[in-house]
Design a protein around this ligand. Structure first.
Ligand SMILES: *[C@@H]1O[C@H](CO)[C@@H](O)[C@H](O)[C@H]1NC(C)=O
Ligand SMILES: *[C@@H]1O[C@H](CO)[C@@H](O)[C@H](O)[C@H]1NC(C)=O
Ligand SMILES: *[C@@H]1O[C@H](CO)[C@@H](O)[C@H](O)[C@H]1NC(C)=O
Ligand SMILES: [Zn+2]
Length: 420
């Protein structure tokens, strides 16, 4: 899909034209993509990538992914405004494309949870920890045998970012697999005997709905803002850990080894996709989960959060370039988990501290969990590396979930052993 023969200078001209032809302000609200154009390009050299990054910054491109010359196959630029001719203008941006099956539909997920709560009451208990901004229940599934009074626990959340649909699909898959195999698989049986799993299949439930009904690429929550018309906060920048502190530490290279999905850090601008919110835990969803985890932090040994896409397994820190004190135990858990993923279909995941592996960001749930005493805090960035990106097709749900399941099992078994 690479437009041939375009130089950095041509892109710049194109963008300039875009700027001139567009009305004054930079953001669309009711239909974020009306008149937008999508440009997909791969800068062949570091120099071109540099120009591109500057251009994106200057023109407040609503979502700009850039990477080094060797990075992933595709980079999407969503560029605002009508009336100019750049190569692509897909209509699908404002129409939800349901490439995943309807079993990932928000209403279906909720019915499914209620159904399990009735049919598997010995292993599953479903409850709500509060309400979303738009008043939807924030449901959790507690999974495990009530075999003893005190049990350690593993927290799993999916769908903090609305458009990352493979996340909620994995949470459902995990529960389904556990229920189907716990009689036959000794490892699963052991997990359910010794641990509780708290599973939140759709963390950002308002945003997830919105991504099905209005905007397939919606990322944030749906809360309103008093000063701006654009809505939503990045629920993974809203946690009380270096909240909205932009640590712009310098790197060896301007461009990291892989293409970051979004700009680094966090933003104070309510119209940005990484808006950190007016204050920490401003989002009812974040506040409810933080409250829940704080109350149970003595029991909860692992925090696992599912995102897409990048094929990475990340651990703290996100907010700074440094390794955590218990590095070796966490690192070996990640190493084994990534090997477990590879053993299924040969898919390679990178692993490492989020800051140096993906990008620096502040106020993330993973750093918060770690800072609050949960020793094993991980964020998965599931398939793929950009070919389909957020629009991972249905045919890839099963293999993605199958390999991810192995990783989660591996991490969980690691927890049940002592690590020094
Ligand atoms: C789940 O089932 C239990 C009874 O087994 C019930 O008390 C509880 O309210 C149910 N949860 C939800 C969210 O309906
Ligand atoms: C991390 O290290 C501290 C102190 O050395 C220890 O108390 C704690 O149990 C360790 N955590 C893990 C996950 O090994
Ligand atoms: C976890 O991964 C390691 C390394 O690949 C492997 O040796 C171990 O058997 C795995 N454990 C489980 C329970 O899958
Ligand atoms: Zn995400």
């Amino acid at each position: 899909m690479k437009p041939p023969g375009w130089t950095a200078a041509q892109w710049l001209l194109c963008l300039l034209f875009l700027r001139i032809s567009g009305p004054g302000h930079c953001y669309l609200y009711n239909n974020r993509y009306a008149g937008d154009k999508v440009i997909r390009l791969v800068p062949e050299t570091e120099g071109k990538a540099h120009v591109l990054k500057n251009v994106c910054h200057q023109f407040k491109v609503s979502s700009c992914t850039t990477g080094g010359p060797m990075a992933a196959q595709q980079h999407l630029l969503y560029l605002g405004r009508n009336g100019y001719r750049c190569p692509y203008s897909p209509k699908w941006l404002s129409n939800p494309v349901s490439l995943l099956t309807t079993s990932q539909h928000p209403v279906h997920i909720q019915n499914w949870m209620h159904h399990l709560n009735k049919t598997h009451s010995g292993l599953i208990h479903m409850f709500s920890i509060g309400k979303s901004y738009e008043g939807r229940s924030l449901f959790i599934l507690k999974l495990g045998r009530r075999s003893r009074a005190y049990k350690r626990a593993v927290w799993i959340d999916c769908g903090i970012h609305a458009r990352e649909w493979i996340g909620p699909a994995f949470c459902q898959w995990f529960v389904k697999e556990v229920l189907q195999t716990y009689r036959s698989d000794p490892a699963i049986r052991k997990m359910l005997n010794h641990l509780y799993f708290y599973i939140m299949p759709v963390f950002n439930v308002d945003g997830y709905h919105f991504s099905w009904t209005n905007d397939r690429f919606w990322r944030k929550t749906r809360s309103r803002n008093s000063r701006f018309r654009c809505r939503g906060v990045d629920a993974n920048r809203n946690w009380k850990v270096k909240w909205c502190e932009l640590l712009l530490a310098t790197r060896g290279s301007l461009f990291p080894k892989v293409s970051p999905i979004l700009d680094e850090g966090a933003s104070f601008h309510p119209c940005d996709d990484t808006y950190c919110g007016p204050f920490p835990e401003s989002e009812p969803e974040v506040k409810a989960v933080a409250h829940f985890l704080r109350k149970r932090k003595k029991h909860i040994r692992a925090y696992l959060s599912f995102h897409a896409y990048a094929q990475m397994l990340l651990y703290p820190y996100s907010y700074k370039y440094a390794t955590i004190p218990n590095f070796s135990c966490v690192e070996s858990a990640a190493y084994n988990a990534v090997n477990a993923i590879h053993s299924a279909y040969g898919v390679r995941y990178r692993y490492g501290p989020a800051s140096s592996t993906l990008y620096v960001s502040s106020g993330s749930s993973m750093d918060w969990a770690y800072k609050n005493g949960i020793p094993y805090a991980f964020a998965f960035e599931l398939r793929d590396t950009g070919h389909f990106g957020f629009l991972l097709p249905e045919s890839l749900i099963k293999p993605t979930c199958t390999e991810t399941m192995l990783a989660v099992k591996n991490i969980t078994m690691h927890l049940l052993k002592k690590c020094h």
